[in-house]
Design a protein around this ligand. Structure first.
Ligand code: MG
Length: 216
């Protein structure tokens, strides 16, 4: 059966955004937390997508808005209970994403045992690049960086992931059926921090692309 959707336009038809928290040891340490024996997963709504040209909106109940630069994996072949050795066959490509977080609301949620839907799910909380062809990225060795107003804040490499891309695809597909257009956010390296209204975030994948989002 011919595919109806063009995977390069995954933002328009994808149904799920599955995010992995605490997937780089150095980032876990920033919050005095240990990495976990299994991936820590949460969902973001597709309404949080923001394309270049738009602005990140600082929500009224947020007093500390944090950036987290992450490699996004784009699924182009659905499946459930995908075995790790064939997991990469389900990956159609990649994108660069910012997992924006209302950190004060997340700390409240952690303290109270509440879900992360609010602190991770506001509109514009997932700025995302254009689709990147699969062959342009080595998921085991790719440099990600992020700057605020031109000053470097994050600089990491996907080789430092606790759970790598094929493991995540397989693990997640044992919980949620993965569908064409869904994405997986693979966690952020260290260096997360606050960004203020009026500042501009630039982020990139070394040698592949760069993107820019102002905070309004
Ligand atoms: Mg994150």
């Amino acid at each position: 059966m011919a595919k109806v959707n063009d995977i390069r336009r995954f933002v328009e038809f994808g149904k799920k955004i599955v995010a992995c928290g605490r997937n780089y040891q150095a980032h876990a340490k920033e919050f005095n937390q240990d990495v976990l024996p299994e991936p820590l997963l949460f969902l973001k709504p597709t309404t949080s997508y923001l394309r270049e040209g738009g602005s990140i909106i600082y929500p009224p109940k947020c007093t500390e808005l944090h950036y987290e630069v992450e490699l996004a994996v784009v699924i182009n072949k659905g499946g459930s209970k995908i075995a790790e050795p064939s997991a990469m066959d389900h990956v159609g490509g990649y994108a660069l994403a910012l997992d924006m977080t209302s950190r004060n609301q997340q700390l409240d949620a952690k303290k109270n045992g509440w879900p992360w839907s609010v602190c991770k799910g506001y509109d514009t909380f997932l700025p995302i690049s254009d689709f990147i062809a699969k062959e342009k990225i080595d998921p085991f060795n790719t440099n990600l960086w992020l700057k605020v107003d031109g000053e470097t804040r994050q600089n990491g490499n996907t080789k430092d992931m606790v759970f790598n891309v094929p493991f995540l695809v397989s693990y997640i597909s044992n919980i949620f059926t993965l569908e064409e257009g869904d994405i997986i956010l693979t966690g952020t390296p260290s260096g997360v921090g606050p960004v203020n209204r009026g500042q501009t975030i630039t982020a990139g994948i070394e040698g592949v692309l760069e993107m820019k989002f102002p905070v309004a």
